[in-house]
Design a protein around this ligand. Structure first.
Ligand code: 4AD
Ligand code: MG
Length: 478
């Protein structure tokens, strides 16, 4: 009995005339003879040649699209077009039947919108096979990058009592009976009776806990799910997304920018090196999609070219104030995509402003720094001008903000003052403030939205298509 071999291993070798066992799902079955078998290791199917005469007729009928099978046979050179090797089946076992009529996955191209409705089955398509193998690789590269640099992977809690961003976009966690919420004498909900004896929520960011780690290990990173109850039904927002948050003691804003740029380039480089086949598939998919668009809206670069461009060019670094000047001096644009490009200092940039800077003006990733204090979180270090903070956002073409980070306010008094002025509960965060009381030090960190990275590298256009089970407003089916 030969061992099960992955189809990728068979197809990536020149070796022939040996016996192997493969297990997978039937993608197509042509002419009662040719099975295209896929086992998820690659988008390339193994052609398995079966002969009806050699098989039990009842078994033979069970070879249908979608069925799970195990086949043992000889790997031989293929005479057919499109593949170098094929398997001549000697014995075939049906592991799981599939009613091909009822099976929603068709061999023809199906729309991404339709596949989103059957997200529980879409892994079995070429597009999602490539996307999720790529996602896996990028996650692996993230760990490899930080591990090589001696960062400690810190697991921060999913259930917390704090709002790290102070934006109030939390999902509450409770075991209270919603029908009979206990009230205190003021009529407010009494969370003393709740599971944790206080009000709790799903984390919006692991940063605050990450800072505690940095103040002991020097360099840490988190990589875990984060949750935001922001009602943004866009192609770039999820209610549940994965974030990578490195936090480094003794780093200033420039060190932070340098690390973020090196990190992004590293993981993109890793994918280019290790996921070539899937990236080429996704590049072709994107090129086909671009062909449907009017000429002037088509992207100038193919996917792989775009990734190589990012890898080989320095990100532009400018301050928020410089960005506002660029926006103010840009001519109001007739092109619908960039209509409102006049901005006032002090307001947050809208996605069209970000896109203008990145896609029209600089035509490369941009790191925007030193934002007005009023539009950024309480923990960011204030600049000497009193108006701006040492924040950095990294903006990517086609994506917008991919990274948000800052140098942190390490001075206890200044931090408390800022928390009070922003109505952040000081007592509840006394554990956080302890870092500033006991051996505080300059430090900085950032958060990279993992799905936005996968979006960029895969060339997909909707964030729902790069996370296996997307959570968005009014959608938590699977
Ligand atoms: O800019 P944000 O809110 O920053 C933080 O949470 C900081 N605590 C990070 C830090 O300094 N440690 O979020 C960071 C990144 C964004 O740049 C974006 O890429 C991603 O997280 N992000 C989202 N991705 C998908 N869906 C959402 N709703 C997202 N919100 C933020
Ligand atoms: Mg942000």
């Amino acid at each position: 009995m030969s061992q099960r071999v992955k189809i990728k291993a068979i197809l990536s070798s020149e070796k022939t005339n040996y016996q192997a066992t493969v297990k997978g799902w039937v993608r197509t079955f042509r002419n009662n003879q040719f099975i295209a078998l896929n086992d998820g290791s690659t988008n390339n199917n193994l052609q398995v040649v079966v002969s009806e005469q050699d098989m039990d007729p009842a078994e033979f009928k069970r070879i249908t699209r979608g069925a799970a099978i195990s086949v043992t046979g000889e790997i031989i050179p293929s005479l057919g077009k499109g593949q170098k090797l094929e398997m001549k089946a000697a014995s075939l076992e049906i592991l799981g039947d599939c009613d091909a009529e009822a099976y929603p996955i068709q061999p023809q191209k199906q729309s991404l919108e339709f596949l989103r409705e059957i997200a529980h089955l879409r892994f079995r398509t070429n597009t999602f096979g490539a996307v999720f193998r790529l996602r896996h690789s990028l996650a692996f590269a993230v760990h490899q990058f930080f591990n090589e640099k001696g960062f400690v992977y810190l697991h921060t809690p999913i259930i917390t009592a704090s709002d790290a961003e102070g934006a109030g976009e939390m999902f509450r966690v409770t075991t209270l009976d919603l029908e009979k919420l206990p009230r205190n004498i003021d009529g407010d909900i009494d969370f003393k009776e709740d599971f944790f004896g206080r009000s709790t929520n799903l984390t919006v960011s692991g940063q605050l806990e990450g800072e505690l780690g940095a103040m002991a290990f020097g360099d840490i990173y988190t990589f875990g799910p984060t949750f935001r109850a922001e009602n943004s039904n866009t192609a770039r927002h999820l209610a549940e997304f994965w974030m990578i948050e490195p936090e480094m003691a003794f780093y200033d804003l420039k060190d932070n920018m340098d690390l973020a740029e090196e990190f992004i380039k590293y993981v993109i480089g890793y994918a280019l090196q290790h996921n070539r086949e899937d990236l080429e598939f996704l590049a072709q998919r994107l090129a086909d999609e671009e062909k449907q668009k009017p000429q002037q809206e088509r992207s100038e670069m193919g996917l792989i070219e775009k990734l190589e461009f990012v890898l080989n060019n320095q990100f532009e670094r400018i301050t928020y104030t410089e960005a506002i000047d660029i926006l103010k001096n840009s001519k109001p644009n007739k092109n619908k995509k960039f209509q409102y490009i006049v901005e006032e200092w002090g307001t947050d940039l809208q996605s069209e402003h970000e896109r203008y800077l990145v896609e029209k003006h600089f035509k490369k990733p941009v790191i925007l720094t030193d934002y007005p204090a009023a539009i950024k979180s309480f923990y960011m270090k204030r600049n000497d001008d009193g108006k701006t903070v040492r924040a950095m956002d990294i903006l990517f073409p086609g994506i917008g903000e991919i990274v948000g980070g800052s140098q942190r306010e390490e001075n206890y008094d200044k931090l408390v003052e800022r928390m009070e002025s922003m109505h952040v509960p000081v007592e509840e965060l006394s554990w956080y403030l302890d870092t500033r009381r006991f051996g505080t030090a300059p430090h900085a960190g950032f958060g990279l939205g993992f799905e936005r990275l996968v979006l960029f590298v895969s060339g997909m256009t909707n964030i729902r298509d790069v996370i296996p089970f997307p959570r968005t407003p009014k959608n938590a089916e699977f």
